[in-house]
Design a protein around this ligand. Structure first.
Ligand code: DHB
Ligand code: FE
Length: 286
């Protein structure tokens, strides 16, 4: 991570997301896809493009503008941002058709592996002057048959109260608002953190330009990213959202699901508590 330049601008976040992707997921998950399948998928994608050109009577200037935009996305390192906002939800929905237990959601471009391990009741690493509404997230990790899963890992990463992620913004300390919480003997966890802000796709790069040119908005509702892992179980990558939150019904990344919305209680003394239990299915074939 140390070679990665950090900035909350599109160029910075995009370059960082590209570097991170190449360093992690990109090398781990390369698909071994046979030629017939490559041909079938790519033919189908290209047919969608060709059909759109015919349907909308696309002109040469529009074709050249599209080429220039694609080049800018690459040069700005924004492909991970673009793919995760506009495409990943469809892949996740497809994979979800075979997964039981807690509903999944997109991973997004800002996951970082190997964060600090914390005991079941803990405070997520934060700055001394971290802003934001206090929030405790608590619950239990279970097998889909109800068995509590002790020693499960609740890997949590989130934006701060300004909507920025550590590791991708220069002003944030490494590891801020990230951690791997290990559940106790009863599979329980309780995490002291702050409420994240809604996230805005960087508006100063080509993805932002497209959003503006199309008259869309660049917002995702406030969310917590969580990946839950337990020995012998299929991991789930998901996100939790907040009842009543802005942009819940128009997430630019189309990654919300009604089952993933929590409604934290407030005791009036600034103590807000959200509860969420995770259920993992046994690893297929185990
Ligand atoms: C993007 C950012 C996120 O925080 C997220 O959860 C999904 C996508 C993005 O900028 O691509
Ligand atoms: Fe996010």
């Amino acid at each position: 991570m140390s070679t990665i330049e950090s900035s909350p601008t599109a160029a910075g976040a995009g370059a960082n997301a590209s570097e991170n992707f190449k360093a992690t997921a990109g090398t781990r998950d390369v698909a071994d896809t046979p030629p017939e399948r490559v041909a079938a998928i790519v033919t189908s994608v290209l047919k969608g493009v060709h059909d759109a050109i015919a349907a909308h009577d696309v002109s040469y200037p529009e074709f050249q503008a599209a080429k220039a935009w694609l080049m800018a996305v690459g040069e700005g390192g924004e492909w991970p941002l673009f793919m995760d906002v506009f495409v990943e939800h469809a892949v996740e929905a497809q994979v979800a058709t075979s997964q039981r237990g807690t509903k999944g959601s997109i991973l997004g471009p800002y996951y970082l592996p190997d964060q600090v391990r914390l005991s079941a009741t803990c405070r997520l690493p934060r700055r001394d002057d971290e802003q934001g509404l206090p929030l405790v997230l608590a619950g239990q990790v279970r097998d889909i048959d109800g068995t509590p899963l002790a020693g499960a890992e609740v890997d949590l990463w989130q934006a701060d109260a300004d909507g920025y992620y550590s590791g991708f913004a220069p002003h944030l300390p490494e590891g801020n608002l990230r951690g791997v919480i290990v559940t106790d003997d009863e599979g329980r966890y309780e995490i002291d953190t702050i409420q994240p802000a809604p996230y805005q796709i960087p508006t100063d790069g080509p993805t932002g330009q497209l959003i503006e040119a199309a008259g869309w908005h660049p917002w995702r509702p406030a969310h917590l990213h969580i990946q839950v892992r337990a020995a012998g179980h299929r991991p789930v990558t998901t996100q939790l959202y907040f009842a009543g939150g802005e942009w819940l019904d128009s997430d630019v990344a189309e990654a919300t699901k009604p089952e993933l919305i929590i409604d934290p209680t407030d005791d009036g003394n600034g103590n807000r508590r959200g509860v969420y239990d995770f259920e993992l299915e046994p690893q297929p074939g185990s």
